[in-house]
Design a protein around this ligand. Sequence first.
Ligand code: SF4
Ligand code: SF4
Length: 369
Amino acid sequence: MKKLGFGLMRLPLLDGNNKNIDIEKLKDMADAFIKAGGTYFDTAYPYHQGMSEVAFREAVVKRYPRSSYTVTDKLPIFAIQRAEQMQPIFDEQLERCGVDFFDYYWVHALGSESYETAQRVKAFEFIAEKKREGKIRHIGFSFHDSPKLLEQILCDHPEAEYVQLQINYLDWNDTTIRAKECYDIATRHGKPVIVMEPIKGGALANVAQGAERLFKSKEANMSVASWAVRFAASLENVMTVLSGMSNIEQMQDNISYMADFKPLDNEEQELVMTAARMIRESIAIPCTACRYCVDYCPKSIAIPEYFAVYNNLKRFGPEQRIVADTYYSNLNMEHGKASDCIKCGKCEEHCPQHLPIRDYLKQVASEME
Ligand code: SF4
Ligand code: SF4
């Protein structure tokens, strides 16, 4: 179980509100994870609008001895303008999680703009100081940008012990995410990698039919998602693969092959790359549903939800039309429509996938409205 981490960003909900986490279901998932030998929990300040950290406290911290788990949290650099903001946020995170120290603590989601902020407010110096104080055991950063910037950050900050990268078989050779190049750079710098988005926000659990047939012809009993987690876990320099599990079935599925993990062999690696080519041709909008964009939209547009509706419609065709229309109009009742976008671009500044969200919303509006 060393290589499976429990990502606490897509937790089961009581209703449609992202803040209302179903704590009882989370307890069952945490119990199954720990029973199977899992220890690594990953949360962050913005997940579930601040409630992921609280849910972790309720489901794990209050119910298990501190030595039986590790917790990773992150400095939300995208929400920080001044150095004085870091200490109160850090204290709030310790309190929300109910712990005295974090095992791992990253500067969250670095990209070119947020790295400038991190340098200006001395974010790395701040987390190194917390490490000296015993409030953090290990420091590092999570990253969503070009190989060139990754190289620069690792040269500027050799004190970073780990790097969290977006790695999955679809992004491995992708010309925007460039996962392989980033992985190679981290490895060359001797930094173990923690993998985020191994299933690309769920997209690699529900793939194009041709790719699904390919996977099933090789291993009829293994889930499609398992190929994605196993691909990431097979990389030698990967310490942990985070899976943002949303229900007990996903947890049990992950445990079934990660408890006694066997890396993919050469033939399986080739099969995964063939599937990646098929899938790439079938995804209309490659959104991972991370939700980093949503809080910045002045029109409260349900960006990831609209993209999911659109992707399903494009993938499954006219038979999905009624379902797609229903979802779309339900979402319209509480959110701005795709056509309400005023093209301010605030969402795109925060999208780790660098998606042209405004253009995609135009496509969604013309299809759905
Ligand atoms: S560009 Fe459109 S979707 Fe993006 S933040 Fe502005 S209004 Fe919202
Ligand atoms: S549009 Fe970008 S930031 Fe928004 S949910 Fe999708 S991947 Fe995340």
